[in-house]
Design a binder for this molecule. Structure first.
Ligand SMILES: Cc1cc2nc3c(=O)[nH]c(=O)nc-3n(C[C@H](O)[C@H](O)[C@H](O)COP(=O)(O)OP(=O)(O)OC[C@H]3O[C@@H](n4cnc5c(N)ncnc54)[C@H](O)[C@@H]3O)c2cc1C
Length: 370
């Protein structure tokens, strides 16, 4: 494993760090209070190539690889975790469309997302979270049109997405019954049913969506009919590297605030040792995330490594944020502090794109296969 960054990776990391310092770090508390990130933030991320980092250049992406993406994600998430989740999902949707879309689908969607529009990933339902097998949304072919009926829940920025990748049942029960569709955000028959009131990531909208007689042309099918489960699993494998990176960035924000306190409390070895453990966790998590990113970038199997990185990074980042609040003492509980917001924001990283238990299913299966 190479630990030295290439010129491209350094450039993307620096661009993300500079943007985070200039436009996000001081603004993030205001975004949280307003419960939205302004659209110009995403346009600016698009101008810097950060909304489609690992998407081919021929469809408008940066083609800068998975390691660049991971490093950029850590930098953006350190400043604003809500901005980071929209960046993560949009990058993931861009990659899915670039990998499975027809030329027409790629040209319609990828350049727009690369420029800063939002892409949403609509897989989860009330009875289909960890196990997409419980999916009830259906897509039926009627006179050359797909008709979607059903509901999705917990969809990040499903209310502002220019395009959504939506999973639906086309061919009965079981994984082979699922297919994937590209749905424009303004499609008639698509509506936002409710907004979630979450403990963290408050500037990132999470919504339920309803599909009622949502009619799509036959060409809206993304990938092969019946291939939806495979597409979801491939997307989530890659997405887990993004969420591991996001959690590391959030952990770094809490760590930075705790570091100042420990510096001021010179000679307090108890605090310094806690800080040492926090630094060790974050560094180990970063190495695991970059290992998974390198494997994906090299085109080698990376599913198990992505799950290892996600489980370890998100659980470590949670511990780091919790420790930071302890080190800050009462000040750590006051709204508006970096560690306080980080502790609330980081919690969900252990849940979305596969809970820690789901990661352990993947890791143990791989380990037992040898
Ligand atoms: C803020 C936020 C944003 C989200 N954004 C999106 C999005 O953009 N798109 C999208 O499709 N989804 C999204 N989700 C949904 C998310 O992916 C699901 O919440 C997640 O997959 C877990 O599903 P669940 O909540 O239904 O939990 P469940 O699947 O009901 O799990 C409940 C508990 O049981 C455990 N469990 C489940 N199965 C097993 C098993 N086999 N073995 C051991 N333990 C098990 C879980 O680990 C968990 O602890 C988002 C969620 C949140 C909170």
């Amino acid at each position: 494993m190479h630990l030295n960054l290439t010129e491209t990776q350094q450039r993307f990391q620096s661009a993300a760090q500079a943007f985070a310092a200039e436009s996000l770090a001081d603004a993030a508390a205001g975004f949280e209070a307003a419960e939205r990130v302004p659209p110009e933030i995403y346009r600016a991320l698009g101008e810097r190539g950060l909304m489609a980092v690992n998407v081919p250049a021929e469809v408008g992406g940066s083609e800068a690889g998975v390691v660049s993406y991971s490093l950029a994600m850590m930098a953006i998430a350190k400043a604003c975790a809500s901005t980071a989740v929209t960046m993560a999902v949009t990058n993931m949707v861009g990659e899915v469309v670039a990998a499975f879309g027809t030329d027409e689908q790629k040209q319609a969607v990828c350049p727009m997302l690369a420029a800063g529009a939002h892409g949403a990933f609509a897989l989860s339902e009330a009875d289909a979270g960890s196990d997409p097998g419980g999916m009830r949304t259906t897509a039926t072919l009627e006179n050359g049109e797909w008709v979607l009926e059903g509901t999705k829940q917990w969809i990040s920025h499903g209310d502002t997405a220019a395009f959504l990748v939506v999973w639906a049942r086309t061919d009965g029960a079981g994984p082979r019954g699922l297919s994937c569709f590209l749905v424009p955000g303004d499609a008639p028959g698509l509506s936002v049913a409710s907004h979630e009131d979450k403990m963290g990531l408050r500037a990132s909208h999470t919504v339920s969506l309803a599909f009622e007689n949502l009619r799509l042309p036959e060409s809206a099918l993304l990938g092969p009919r019946g291939g939806g489960f495979r597409i979801a699993m491939m997307a989530l494998d890659g997405g887990r590297i993004g969420i591991a990176s996001q959690s590391i960035g959030i952990g770094e924000a809490a760590y930075a605030e705790a570091l100042e306190v420990v510096r001021d409390a010179q000679g307090a070895q108890g605090l310094a040792f806690r800080l040492a453990d926090m630094r060790t966790r974050l560094d180990a998590a970063r190495l695991l995330a970059l290992r998974a990113a390198q494997l994906k970038e090299a085109g080698t199997p990376f599913s198990q490594e992505a799950s290892i990185a996600k489980a370890f990074a998100t659980e470590s980042a949670w511990t780091v944020c919790n420790e930071a609040v302890d080190i800050l003492g009462d000040a750590g509980l006051v709204r508006g502090g970096a560690a306080e917001r980080a502790l609330r924001d980081v919690r969900v990283t252990r849940i979305y794109e596969g809970t820690s238990e789901v990661q352990r299913i993947v890791i143990s299966r791989g380990a037992l296969r040898g």
